[in-house]
Write a protein that binds this ligand. Structure first.
Ligand code: GLA
Length: 397
């Protein structure tokens, strides 16, 4: 389905969301509705916070926000997919609640900090993106909130500014030490393109992809680990620690991505095995990511996919963020002809795998992966096929 043909589907979903809003918040003026996509990442796994290049693509599933201004200075946040509402006074700095509401709350606090208290609003969140599944549901909700509040409060901020408000909310208010990839991937998405983002200087370029040649699948392991946030922050700290050691041997390096592979090889004996493995993933992934861009530009999807599968092996063995369920999804997808590559996407520790395939390879793929997975784990995982998408936007109903 082309993006143009998707729009009526999205509008229908948002109409239903606006109706849910009226049910939750009562009669009154019709709410304005906004959408921000999620993303898959095809190359550059765990490179953003190491200053490396990444290659994400926004997908046509994401966060819905319905919003109606209030006469007072209160902000009410509710959700159709998460439990627990939250109400705050915009004249006071909010405290963390430890719930889903921290993401939008952190963004609202960021915008208020920079522009002063604004009018209150009732917001209802929803969406069609698996939550906590590695498809960037958290950046999606943050960017959607930044975009929606910017429009309703008429702040006139640039996309880059909104992306950074989303990022600061997640890092400073929620407390996840994430890199810049996810909000950039969502904020700067362009349909029919992947985003090549160099996380060292945040420069980016849009690389065209031909939907007639390449299709994106997502297989969801169904595993959600509460520990993921702690495990993720631990990887960030391990990379910072190994970079601190290697920097004395590579004084020009500004981040782990800059350390030459030869320096790591020579230093291996002085590093503990875990840190050496983490650095080996990062440096090999930097090389693979450049090679994947070259393969994409040369139209060599077989090579692109081969490198993706190598990334998964590196994430499993050196970075240790895979799970048996994710490995099974990758292995079974790769058994099918026409599947170029597969790997876990997002942080790992559960969540989803992204599959890159020839459009003709869709037939029977989901059934095959589901059957293989069911043999081992006794349940059938979801397998979906996604289109690329544009960035956050208001939807006219
Ligand atoms: C999570 C983080 C991103 C990135 C990926 C791994 O999605 O939010 O910043 O580090 O993991 O590539």
């Amino acid at each position: 389905m082309s993006l143009a043909a998707e729009q009526p589907v999205l509008r229908e979903l948002l109409r239903a969301h606006a109706a849910d809003f009226a049910e939750r918040f009562g009669p009154g003026p019709r709410p304005r509705v906004f959408f921000a996509p999620g993303r898959v990442n095809l190359a550059g796994a765990h490179l953003d916070y190491n200053g490396g290049p990444v290659l994400p693509m926004a997908i046509d599933r994401g966060t819905f926000v319905a919003l109606r201004p209030r006469a007072d200075r209160r902000l009410t946040l509710a959700s159709t997919v998460e439990s627990g509402d939250c109400e705050v006074d915009l004249r006071r700095s909010p405290s963390r609640t430890g719930t889903w509401a921290d993401y939008p709350l952190g963004v609202a606090a960021e915008l208020v900090r920079a522009s002063g208290p604004q009018c209150g609003a009732d917001l209802l969140y929803g969406g069609n993106l698996p939550i906590g599944g590695g498809l960037s549901s958290s950046a999606s909700i943050c960017v959607a909130t930044a975009f929606a509040l910017d429009r309703v409060w008429e702040l006139g901020r640039e996309t880059l500014d909104l992306v950074h408000a989303a990022l600061r909310a997640e890092r400073e208010f929620v407390g996840v030490q994430c890199g810049i990839m996810d909000p950039y991937a969502i904020g700067f998405a362009r349909p029919g393109h992947l985003l090549w983002l160099d996380c060292k200087d945040a420069s980016y370029a849009h690389l065209p992809v031909d939907p007639a040649a390449l299709c994106i699948g997502v297989a969801d392991s169904g595993v959600r680990r509460d520990l993921a946030r702690g495990d993720f922050n631990a990887r960030v700290e391990q990379c910072a620690a190994v970079f601190a050691r290697l920097k004395s041997l590579a004084p020009q390096a500004q981040c782990l991505r800059d350390v030459p592979a030869a320096v790591l090889n020579d230093a291996r004996a002085q590093l503990d095995a875990l840190h050496a493995r983490r650095a080996r993933h990062v440096l090999s992934e930097v090389e693979r990511t450049f090679a994947m861009r070259a393969a994409l530009e040369a139209g060599d999807l077989a090579e692109f996919g081969r490198l993706m599968a190598q990334t998964h092996a590196s994430l499993r063995d050196d970075y240790e963020v895979s799970t048996p369920e994710l490995d099974c999804l990758v292995e079974s997808a790769l058994e099918r002809p026409g599947v170029y590559g597969a790997r876990l996407t997002g942080a790992g520790f559960g969540g989803c795998c992204v599959l890159v395939l020839a459009p003709g390879a869709r037939a029977g793929l989901a059934e095959h992966v589901q059957a293989r997975f069911e043999q081992r784990f006794g349940r059938r995982p979801r397998v979906d096929f996604f289109q690329g998408d544009r960035g956050p936007r208001e939807i006219e109903l």
